[in-house]
Structure formats: structure tokens, C-alpha cells
Design a protein around this ligand. Sequence first.
Ligand code: ADP
Ligand code: MG
Length: 531
Amino acid sequence: MASKKREIQLQTVINSQSLWDEMLLNKGLTVIDVYQAWCGPCKAMQALFRKLKNELNEDEILHFVVYHEIIFVDSDDEDAGEAQNGSADDLYSIAIIKPDAVISKKALEIKENVMRAGFVIEAEEKKVLTEEEVRNFYSHLADQPDFEDFVSFMTSGLSYILVISQGDEEEAHKEEPKPETEPNEPSENQPEVEVKAASVGMKKKRGSLQEYLERQHISQFCDVEENGANVNKFIDIFFPEFKKMKTMKLQRTLALIRPDLCRENQEDVLKAIQDEGFKILMQQQIVLSEEEAKTLCKEYEQDDDFEQIIQNMTSNPSLVLALLGNNGLTRWKQLLGPNYVEDAKRYLPESLCARFAMETSPINPFYGSDSLEAAEREIQYFFPPQNTLAVIKPHVPNEYKEEILKSIDEAGFQVTQMKEILLSQEIAEKIYKNLKGKDFYKDVLKMISGGPSVVMVLTKWNAVIEWRRLMGPTDPEEARLLSPNSLRARFGKNILNNAVHGASNIYQAEDIIEKLFGEPDPENPEENSNL
Ligand code: ADP
Ligand code: MG
């Protein structure tokens, strides 16, 4: 690339915002070669440029500039380092799809094209821009003659504001769709202010969004800001939560409340955990085995009273929790504080350790996993996933089926297997074998094979019981009284047509799952992993 640079001495290389800004201050005419980095220098034109320059012999009047994409800049170039530190501002562009495109439904087509080209729409807002926002975003056009008309046009209807990123690098080489439409004239009501983003100083993998829109002949409907500092500014204006969302990751962690505190003050502790924004995914009281206690108390191994700690941990129930939260693992560790109450009270009085310290013990009454990998292992160990059989009965209309699937998802079940089938007489008899002899037995068999059912394997810790809880009482009337949010309360017609079926125990579940879906999975989640 250095050789390319040497060939083009006539032209000034612009590869940073400051050089671009400086260039805009040039007097006279500036000829910019934008595509040189892709196509190589245009040799034929260079001779002409040189001739013109010599003839005019006037430095102030004619300038030749080449726009150089940052990735082509030599590594020892100062600006290259600046542009490559990967901060949020050079990862994203802001695009505004203008009111005329939103009205004419072109906005959706533009979004689709952009995504098809491998760009990623990271955030999106549909709003009528305020005058202030328009003046701010288009400040570089403020001195254009029809700018005021343009401002009224831009505030006259809904626009889409998008934060767009470059997506994965491998995706960057996707074939670009041919423009589907002929170049469009700007729509009648759009003033012909020439709107072009100064696409300089941005790290590029697939080429700039602006250039893509131009090649697709849709740039007149969609304005792009790609300059890092400006993108940063507009993300803050239009999407104040965006950066926070991007830096936060949902993480799971295993938490444990040791026996003494568990006995004394469980309610306040659980409230404090929820007040800190954690979601309690699963919880159970359990008396730890010696091995489990030793694993979860490793940090106290060298203490004189280690034996006593283990003795305490194994004689009464602890509360084990799987927690979910933004940066959950690290945040839980921080929140619970130092290993010893004494340190917590001195240095971190707001930590859970200091707040819930027990007179009876010098150690932190809480535990949290040390790493994401440990957290997953410990959660799997204490909350091993279980399979259950769930059936959506034939009488349930499609729109309710969707609602039911949504509730299943929201309740944290994985739908491991699913199909819609007409249950055979043999399977129906197996499912309802406990009802043999009841006066409604025949009705039940007829009901379940009266049309196709959706049969599913649902996977979750304690799935059999949890699914029965979600279904609610057998009789929808009773369900509506006792458990109005349950599925039978919401979607059941009567005791026979009560929307859903669930296995009563793990053996029944396994038996029928095998009949419906074949051999159990070799990686059966029932098998516990070691802690
Ligand atoms: P569940 O489905 O809650 O496990 P049962 O195993 O007792 O309840 O009954 C199986 C199915 O038989 C019920 O879901 C319902 O469709 C039907 N059923 C139960 N009791 C009656 C009844 N009294 N009259 C008609 N159908 C019934
Ligand atoms: Mg039953």
C-alpha cells in the first residue's frame, strides 16, 4: 500500500476527520477521488490533473485529494492507530430514513437491503424528528439555500432512526444485491438539498454504509452519519440507553445463603437480592453433603475453624439460588463483599456480607460462583434439567397455541422437541392409563384423538412439577378461581377440554417421550454433572 501512496503525490491523502475538516477550508475547487482505495489510482486522469495544475499554476485554486480508507493506511501512520482502537464510535453509523420513504413504504425495503448486505441494525426508533434534532444532525447543510424548507420537510412526518454496525467480518464479503430499482429522483416534496455524509475517519470492513446506499440508488431516502464523534453524539441523543445496553451482558450465577442466615432472615435477603435487580431463576433449600460444602467453602480451607464451618454447612439447609442479571456474575460477587465479616464491616459496609452478618460466624454468609464456567457447572449440578411431556390438546385454536408457547418460553422452559400429530389409540391409552375404569375414560380417549395435538418435550429444572404448576388445576373453573394465570384457567373450556396435558411424574414422561420421539437423547440432561 505504501507504493500506492508514493504514486499519488499530486493528491493529498485524507484519512482522518481533522484532514477532512482542513480540506473543507480550501479555497477554490477540490477534486476528490473517493474510490481510489478500491480501484487504484485513475492513471488516465492523473496526467490531466497534472496538466491543469501546471497550467493554472495557482496553488490556491485547484486541489486534488484522495480519500483513503483507514485500513489501507500504513501501520506507522499516526491516524491509523487513532481510528483502529475500536471504540463504540467507529463501530456504528447513524442512518435516518426520511419521512417520504416512510410514507411510501420504501423504508422497509431500505432496511431489508441494508441487512441483506450484511450490515446489522443494532437499534431502531420511529419518530417525528424535532426541529432541533434536524438542525443538529444536518448542521453541515445549514448554509444551503433551501435548508429551511428541508427542515420543515424533515419534521413533517415519521422518520426511522437506525444505529447500524458493520456486522461480522466474514459476512462482509457477501454478494451485494443488484439495485432493484432504477435510480430514483428525489421525491417531489423533498427539497433538493444535497445530503452527503462526510464518510471519513471510520474503520471500514465492508465499505461504508453511505457508499452502499449510493450504489443501491437509495441514498436520497436515507442519510448517514459515519463520523465517529458525531455518531457518538447522536447515539446519546436518539438512543440514550444504547451504550449501557451494549456493555451489559445477561449472566447467570449460582448464589448460596448459608444455613444460619437462611434460618434467621431469608425473606429480607431475598428481597434485597431482587431489589438489586437480580431475577431468581430457580431456588431450593438443601442440606449440603460434606463434599459439596468443601467445594463451596474452598476459600476457607486454611482457616483454623474450617471443620466447624463444614459441620455447620452440612447440618442445616442452605438456600441455593440461580440468579440472572446484567453482568450478574461479577455484580453478585461485588455485592456479596469480602470473605470475612470483619473486612466487610470495615471496608464495604454496604455489601450484603456486612448488612446480613451473623453474630455466630466470622465468614461471609453468602457464596457466589467464581467464573462463568463455574457458574454454569454449579447451576447444572444443583438444578439439573429434567424433561417432561406436554401436550396441547386438539380443541385448542391456533391463536391460543401461540399464546401457550409464549407462556412456556416466558416460564423458562426449553422446548426440546415438538411436533403436531394425531395421537394413536395406543399412545392415548398409554397417556391415560391411570383413568381406566373411570366413567369419563372413553370421552378422554375420544377427545385426545379427535384431531392433531401439539406434543412437546419441555426441559427445565423440576420440569414435571413446574409444567403442572403452569397448567393449573384439572378443572378450568377451579383453575380460574385458584390460579387465574394458569394455562387451563386462560384457555380451558371445561374439565374434559382443558387445553393442556402434562405427565404426572418423570417415569410417565420418559415412557411416553420415548414412544413419541424415539430413544432418549444420549446427552440426557437427567444425568447430573459433577460439581
Ligand atoms: P390431569 O390432566 O390434571 O393430570 P387427570 O389425570 O385426573 O388430570 O385426568 C386426565 C384428563 O382427563 C384431564 O386432563 C381431563 O381432560 C380429563 N378429566 C379428568 N376428570 C374429568 C371429569 N370429571 N370429567 C371429564 N373429563 C375429565
Ligand atoms: Mg394426569
